[in-house]
Design a protein around this ligand. Structure first.
Ligand code: ATP
Length: 880
């Protein structure tokens, strides 16, 4: 290369030391102080930096959280830090690598309105100012700066330096990688020119007003500055070398929850695209954080395709994660932190990029030939440099690993195929319904769009880890496997904690006062949605917010908000003796509200088999609680530790997988995979999921349908744990309608089947009424064991009292187990669900699952889809 002065030499050497070496992505976290709007509604800041590298969640009321309260990163910046400080102490070193021929990228990632644009605008300007400064101080080198800018808006790439609104295409260049075709590139003259270009881009960029941000960037923006430099001394002599590298300033659009951003129409569509590409980015980051081998789905979005080199390739990368400290954004903040935790495990391997002139290249090649020749002349030396046995061992290991993967995939494929065959057999000649499903598939334009983004390898039909009935003994019950395709971040936790606050993962406590549980279980009209979240935001003591987050999960915790608790006062005069036949008991919790089951039509009381999950029914727990420090990878997944008594417990994950599977089967093949389904639903692009829509009289309808479900559960001898999960998860949010409907159809189909004395066959076993009763008995026995194991003596005594079970009577635990879910009275159900939730640790597994993987079941309330009616047909077998 050309002449380099002393300072340049030092930098060059430093860069050489970085060059070609693996280096972790630098992760910076910046907190945004509460905005005036947030202060005006008495919002509380829950996060703070306790030192330069650690951020702490300080809402001490959140007891029982399985999440760490402290996270450590390369650098964290408190709300009052200036952007200059963030730049100087964080991003600068990475950004300025570009002058030494090393590609670099600075990203801003975070929820909408958390300060990404605010941060990136500053960092871009400070970086370019420093680059100019560097150029001025290095007159011996000739620099050329080229500026280009694109935005990715709704998956369309636009040139921000062009007034034409043309969509640009991506092309794969064998040498340069993915490039944007026909992109304008301006040679930067000076600072004024830069400012002019930046304002031009700003004016061109898609910005829109949302509830959370008056000027919300609705697109991902990538500003690219290419710096080329050559030593003047050698210029024009034919043997010069040029350093050429680019720095990308990436201002990502913010992840958002449709419910929080209150988006609709165009905003909603944008939100979907934003979340979808962020989802792919998250998946890429998560996979890279685990291992770099194997397929990384860069090509699933334009964003990741363009950014591929920055995410594990030839670039130094810094990510600034911006966070809102507001309590109402705690889940989004957590998602951002989880993304950040994954990102800090990702390594890149930047190299100095030298462009040689022909003459220099010839020289270089001659040297290389000479070196190789000398190596050949001294074979011993060459051999010692090349450890062939080690290489062979490595290759062997790789082959072995690949073989294992192929075997696993083959097994999964075979299982899936045999299952498809089973289902086809069940469907039989039902052409009509098949056609309806096909129609739905074809009608749904979003599906094809999504298919192009999420390629065929995402087809969950042949890789359905989620389906409990697909358990092949390898991945069943392992939440990490189970959540393989679920984000380590969730781009959109959707309506769950606002619109679904009431029905989120709620486990009513065992003691306390008040009847809020009932309130929480009742459906809310559509128009109350935003009001409710507003009220929560206003709750200075965080009580309601807690309800939507953690405390609602911490069943049995004495320190939780009193609003969550309800009275268990039982009169003690109802329970005498124990029922002989399961499913026929009429026990009502002793505080009354007894409503006889006898008034129901006879047909509803038929004895039908309970739902029995497959081998994958396992309880997963996350017992690990880190208080300080970043979560380890193990902590980032739901721990799959089990005890023997847990063996038969259906985990929330399995339950959710079952529900998803049912919805998938019921609503055809529109869903590309569970991951897409979840996120697309969350942000509100309905056509991907042909949901039945939400009727205007939803609250009433929900109540009615819920009652029907209660009856059918009873009649069909459905598993008590299934009932509990369903009851706690789907409590009347408008977005629950699809699940309610699917459950109803499934149960009606079951009842119908049994009323005609048909039998359901699963895995060669015939499910009959007595087999269902036996399953229910087994489930009760398991609950009895859990009562012994998971409840203290005091808790047990208190329960026996409340359920009017004599403290000296025999088999008290079994008596209690038999009373649970023994009638359809709402109060009885709430209390039964509370007990079972406590026993199966619903709160822990539900919360861990929900928060870690951003689980959301909801469809957007804003989106009213057409209602389709498909006869319930082929899902039944999977549930028996
Ligand atoms: N660190 C900060 N200090 C003070 N104000 C801030 C800070 N960060 C952001 N803001 C203000 O918060 C508002 C939202 O910031 P900004 O538009 O940068 O968010 P964003 O994350 O880019 O949002 P979106 O994803 O919706 O585009 C702006 O008014 C901005 O001035």
């Amino acid at each position: 290369m050309g002449a380099i002065d002393g300072e340049q030499m030092v930098k060059w050497e430093k860069m050489q030391s970085v060059s070609g070496r693996e280096e972790k992505i630098l992760v910076l976290v910046r907190l945004r102080p509460l905005s005036d709007k947030e202060i005006a509604v008495n919002e509380v800041a829950d996060w703070e930096c306790i030192n330069d590298t650690t951020i702490l969640y300080r809402n001490t009321l959140r007891e029982g959280s399985t999440f760490p309260s402290a996270y450590t990163f390369d650098r964290v910046f408190q709300g009052d830090c200036s952007t200059k400080q963030v730049y100087e102490e964080g991003a600068k070193e990475i950004a300025l690598s570009v002058v030494s021929g090393i590609n670099s990228s600075i990203f801003a990632y975070g929820q909408t309105s958390s300060g990404k644009t605010y941060t990136m605008n500053g960092i871009t300007e400070y970086s370019v100012a420093d680059i100019f400064d560097y150029i001025n101080r290095h007159e011996e080198r000739a620099f050329v700066l080229k500026f280009s800018a694109i935005e990715i808006y709704n998956e369309v790439i636009r040139d921000l330096l062009s007034t034409e609104n043309n969509a640009l295409r991506l092309r794969d260049d064998p040498e340069r990688g993915t490039i944007v075709e026909k992109l304008t590139e301006e040679t930067l003259r000076d600072w004024a020119h830069l400012k002019e270009l930046l304002s031009f881009c700003e004016a061109q960029r898609q910005v829109g007003e949302t509830y959370l941000n008056e000027k919300s960037s609705r697109s991902h923006q990538i500003i690219k500055l290419t710096v080329e430099s050559s030593a003047r001394e050698f210029l024009g002599k034919g043997n010069s070398t040029t350093l050429a590298a680019s720095v990308n300033f990436v201002d990502l659009a913010g992840s958002e929850r449709a419910s929080q951003a209150l988006s609709a129409g165009a905003r909603l569509k944008e939100g979907c695209h934003i979340n979808r590409s962020l989802l792919t980015l998250g998946t890429v980051i998560r996979k890279l954080s685990k291992e770099r081998q194997g397929h990384i789905n860069y090509r699933d979005s334009k964003l990741t395709r363009i950014l591929q080199p920055c995410l594990g390739g030839n670039a130094r990368t810094a990510i600034v994660c911006t966070l809102s400290t507001a309590r109402s954004h705690v889940e989004q903040t957590r998602n951002t932190l989880l993304f950040a935790c994954c990102a800090k495990e990702v390594t890149t391997k930047a190299q100095v990029n030298v462009v040689m002139s022909d003459k220099a290249l010839v020289k270089h090649l001659q040297k290389e030939v000479a070196r190789l020749e000398s190596e050949l002349k001294t074979p011993a030396h060459a051999a010692s440099n090349c450890d062939y046995p080690a290489l062979l061992r490595k290759k062997d290991l790789q082959i072995e690993k690949m073989g294992k993967e192929i075997r696993e995939l083959t097994m999964q494929r075979d299982l899936a195929q045999s299952r498809v065959q089973d289902l086809l057999q069940m469907v039989g000649n039902d052409h009509k319904s098949t056609k309806e499903v096909d129609d739905a598939w074809e009608d749904d334009c979003s599906v094809s769009e999504s298919s192009s983004i999420y390629g065929p390898h995402h087809d969950s039909r042949f890789r359905d880890f989620n389906n409990p009935h697909f358990n092949d003994g390898h991945n069943g019950g392992n939440p990490d496997e189970y959540c393989k395709e679920v984000q380590c971040i969730e781009t959109d936790d959707s309506n769950r904690d606002n619109s679904r606050t009431d029905n989120g993962i709620l486990a009513p406590p065992l003691s306390g006062e008040g009847n809020t549980v009932q309130e929480m279980m009742s459906p809310r009209p559509l128009h109350e949605e935003s009001e409710t979240s507003q009220i929560q935001d206003n709750s200075a003591d965080g009580a309601l917010e807690q309800r939507s987050n953690d405390v609602q999960m911490t069943v049995g915790s004495s320190t939780r908000n009193a609003k969550l608790t309800r009275s268990w006062s039982c009169s003690g005069n109802m329970m005498t003796g124990s029922p002989e036949r399961s499913g026929e008991t009429e026990y009502t919790p002793a505080n009354g509200f007894a409503r006889s089951f006898l008034g129901r039509p006879e047909g509803l009381r038929r004895n039908l088999p309970p739902l029995v999950y497959g081998d994958a029914t396992r309880l997963s727990r996350n017992d690990s609680q880190s208080s300080i420090g970043t979560p380890s990878r193990d902590e980032l997944r739901v721990n799959s530790m089990r005890t023997s008594a847990d063996e038969d417990i259906t985990s929330v994950q399995t339950f959710v997988a079952g529900m998803k599977e049912m919805v998938k089967l019921e609503y055809g093949k529109q869903l590309v995979d569970g991951q897409v389904q979840k996120n697309v639903k969350d942000v509100g692009i309905g056509p991907m999921l042909e949901s039945p829509g939400t009727p205007l009289d939803w609250p009433l309808q929900f109540k009615k349908q819920q009652e029907e479900i209660f009856e059918l559960w009873q009649a069909c001898r459905v598993s008590l744990i299934h009932r509990t999960y369903f009851f706690l998860l789907f409590t009347g949010d408008p977005t629950d309608s699809i699940y309610i409907e699917v459950e109803l159809r499934r149960l009606s189909f079951l009842r119908e089947t049994f009323s005609h004395e048909n039998k359901n066959v699963k895995d060669g076993q015939i499910a009959t009424l007595s087999s269902s009763d036996k399953s229910l008995c087994r489930e009760r026995e398991m609950l009895v064991k859990l009562m012994q194991r998971r409840l203290s003596e005091e808790e047990r005594k208190s329960l026996f009292k409340k359920w009017s079970i004599g403290l000296n009577s025999k088999r008290r635990r079994m008596q209690l187990a038999k009373r649970l879910w023994s009638n359809t009275d709402m109060n009885h159900i709430i209390e039964s669900a509370s007990v079972i939730a406590k026993l199966v640790r619903f709160s822990e597994q539900g919360k861990a699952f929900k928060e870690m993987f951003g689980l959301s079941f909801s469809t957007p309330f804003q989106y009213q889809t057409r209602r389709r009616s498909y006869p319930w047909k082929n899902s039944t077998a999977s549930l028996l």
